[in-house]
Ligand binder design. Structure first.
Ligand code: GLU
Length: 602
């Protein structure tokens, strides 16, 4: 990889305020997007998100003395406005937090939960006895889980923040009200969902004005969402989990807001489902212990179940630690990365779900187990895929390479952010509504989309005669791949990274860590480098990965090319309180990294 120049940037919040940069002309001035950069180096705190406006909001909170948790919540709430097809109060997510005072890593599981009415066969069509097609399940009430995002924000602020939820919702409400410029990504995400969005009066009124996506460059406003944020700011989260916003969520799931004159056609019936106010009232965030894996002297902390992110990344790292990647050619190192990832995915698919026991999770993250798994890797050839899962039973020594029918894939939406403050606190937060556009239903009058997270359950058993850990059940949370990760060196932050991308999240986080820790790339290089995702089948790869590495890989690798994988953010912590904040230079239109003070005056 050729080193990329480090570009520094600060982002002026003033550009969010209408008028600041617009020449005098008739009509109200238009808000503009703050300038953005993929890399920022400096002091005083750092923010990286996929969106310049969200980064600017987070940075402003840090500048005014808020801490990393405050800034993360304000930025996430803003992403709910500017990245509404990926995240928002209609969805869920996972937050990992390093507390500088106690030097502890904590997590919040704000994953959506299945309503009490869900059963193991909820995604099987009773008329045919077969699982629904993905889109048939997605665009329905059935796919919507009880949202966890708002409680995640509140709980994070109450435990570790210094500002109120009301304060941290205010900038996002302002952005929703004043509007922001429609960019390519925003318009194309609507266009890709046009047929689904067009079925609902609420969604088409917001996102298909005049029957088509808003023009690139036009100002997009969401006054209903501004009002929803302000209502929550005034009355608290009870208005969502026990009050009128919740009633509207439930009504949307039970009676999808079908348009009398749909825009376009949709090939499936749109089914209601049984989420109730009781389901909303019963929802709780959880605070699981983070996963931990020690890798080449570093401590890697991640997200435990119901995400498989922490265990899969951790297991793959434990496998990789048994090889000296630094002494290999980059292509050989990538071979081992791909193989370790396939092995970890076989185990993830077999063993990891919301109800996996702590004992199994401990075994999956144990070095003895990694040793048994690592011995199956052949330096001279790729293993035939799919590889079989191992047996994490505490009795190790064998080296099984049998293949097994496996795999089902997740799609890609979601968003990620990384924030650090001047006191050394760090937040890595991945939040989502699952597919781009969630279940397609904007809650009428409230301005946000519902998630389709429950389609992350397996619709039917995938593990042959072995139990499937990820079948639906009442109150259960679907298995996720989200992998917000904080890496410590001697107990102090070294690196924080995360990304969207469905199941490719696990491989992207793993690859960024290998790139940075083993291949000697800087963090911005590690993010920008071409990606490949091996999930126990054909390797999905960006064309540049195939060009860079395929010639040097041993035999047996097969690739399917895909334009881009993930949209990562990260921060590296340098000596003396210096930060390197990094975002995507190109993928998904490029992200926005910023530091509070790039000259180190703080
Ligand atoms: N629903 C996915 C998960 O939890 C994330 C979707 C995405 O990133 O696109 O793993």
């Amino acid at each position: 990889m050729r080193p990329r120049a480090l570009i520094t940037a600060t982002i002026a919040l003033t550009t969010l305020v209408a008028g600041a940069t617009v020449p005098a002309q008739a009509g109200p001035p238009r808000p503009t997007e703050p300038p953005k950069a993929a890399v920022a180096v400096g002091y005083g705190g750092a923010v990286s998100t996929v969106d310049a406006t969200a980064t600017a909001v987070g940075l402003d909170v840090l500048r005014r003395g808020g801490n990393a948790v405050d800034a993360a919540v304000a930025a996430a709430a803003t992403l709910g406005v500017t990245e509404p097809f990926s995240a928002g109060v209609g969805g869920g997510g996972f937050l990992v937090y390093y507390d500088a005072r106690t030097r502890q890593v904590h997590t919040i599981d704000g994953r959506e939960a299945a309503p009490a009415s869900m059963t193991e066969t909820s995604f099987v069509n009773p008329a045919t006895g077969r699982p629904y097609a993905f889109d048939e399940a997605r665009i329905s009430g059935l796919s919507a889980g009880v949202p966890g995002t708002l409680l995640t924000w509140q709980d994070a602020l109450r435990r570790w923040g210094t500002r109120s939820l009301a304060q941290m919702l205010t900038p996002a409400a302002r952005v929703a009200e004043r509007g922001f410029p429609v960019d390519e990504t925003f318009a194309s995400q609507i266009a890709a969902n046009q047929a689904a969005f067009g079925q609902f009066h609420s969604t088409s009124a917001l996102y298909l004005p005049g029957g088509r996506p808003p023009a690139v460059g036009s100002t997009f406003r969401n006054p209903d969402l501004a009002d929803t944020y302000r209502l929550i700011a005034k009355r608290g989260t009870g208005v969502f989990y026990r009050g009128e916003v919740g009633r509207d969520v439930v009504a949307t799931v039970q009676h999808p807001p079908l348009a009398t004159t749909p825009v376009g056609t949709w090939p499936y019936p749109i089914r209601p489902a049984g989420m109730t106010m009781g389901d909303l009232a019963d929802y709780r965030t959880r605070f699981p212990e983070p996963t931990r894996s020690d890798y080449r002297g570093l401590q890697v902390y991640g997200m435990s179940t119901p995400s498989s992110g922490g265990t899969a990344v951790g297991e793959a790292l434990n496998i990789l630690e048994r090889f000296d990647l630094r002494s290999m050619t980059p292509a050989q190192a990538m071979h081992h990365y791909l193989e370790a990832s396939a092995l970890a995915f076989a185990d993830r698919n077999r063993y990891v779900g919301d109800h996996t026991s702590q004992a199994v999770l401990r075994e999956l993250l144990g070095d003895a187990y990694a040793k048994e798994r690592a011995c199956t890797i052949d330096a001279a050839a790729a293993l035939p895929k799919p590889v079989a899962p191992g047996v994490p039973d505490g009795a190790y020594g064998g080296c099984s390479t049998a293949t097994v029918a496996d795999t089902r894939d997740d799609r890609k939406s979601t968003t990620n952010l990384t924030v650090a403050d001047r006191w050394g606190n760090v937040v890595e937060y991945t939040l989502t509504i699952e597919a781009t556009g969630g279940n397609g239903m904007v809650v009428p009058g409230r301005g946000f989309l519902l998630n389709n997270e429950l389609t992350d359950f397996n619709f039917a058993p995938t593990q042959g005669t072995a139990p499937d850990p990820n079948l639906p059940a009442p109150g259960k949370r679907p298995r996720s791949s989200m992998a917000p990760t904080i890496v410590l060196a001697d107990g102090r932050p070294f690196l924080a990274v995360g990304t969207p991308g469905g199941a490719t999240i696990i491989t992207t986080v793993l690859q960024m860590l290998v790139n940075r820790i083993d291949l000697g790339m800087t963090l911005p290089e590690a993010l920008a480098a071409p990606r490949a995702s091996q999930r126990n089948g054909t390797t999905q790869a960006e064309p540049a990965f195939v060009t860079a590495y395929a010639g040097g890989l041993p035999k047996g690798h097969t690739f399917s090319e895909t334009a881009e994988i993930g949209a990562a953010t990260g921060i590296e912590f340098l000596p003396g309180g210096r930060f390197v904040a990094a975002a995507e230079p190109v993928r998904r239109g490029g992200g926005a990294a910023a530091v509070v003070d790039r000259w180190g005056r703080n």
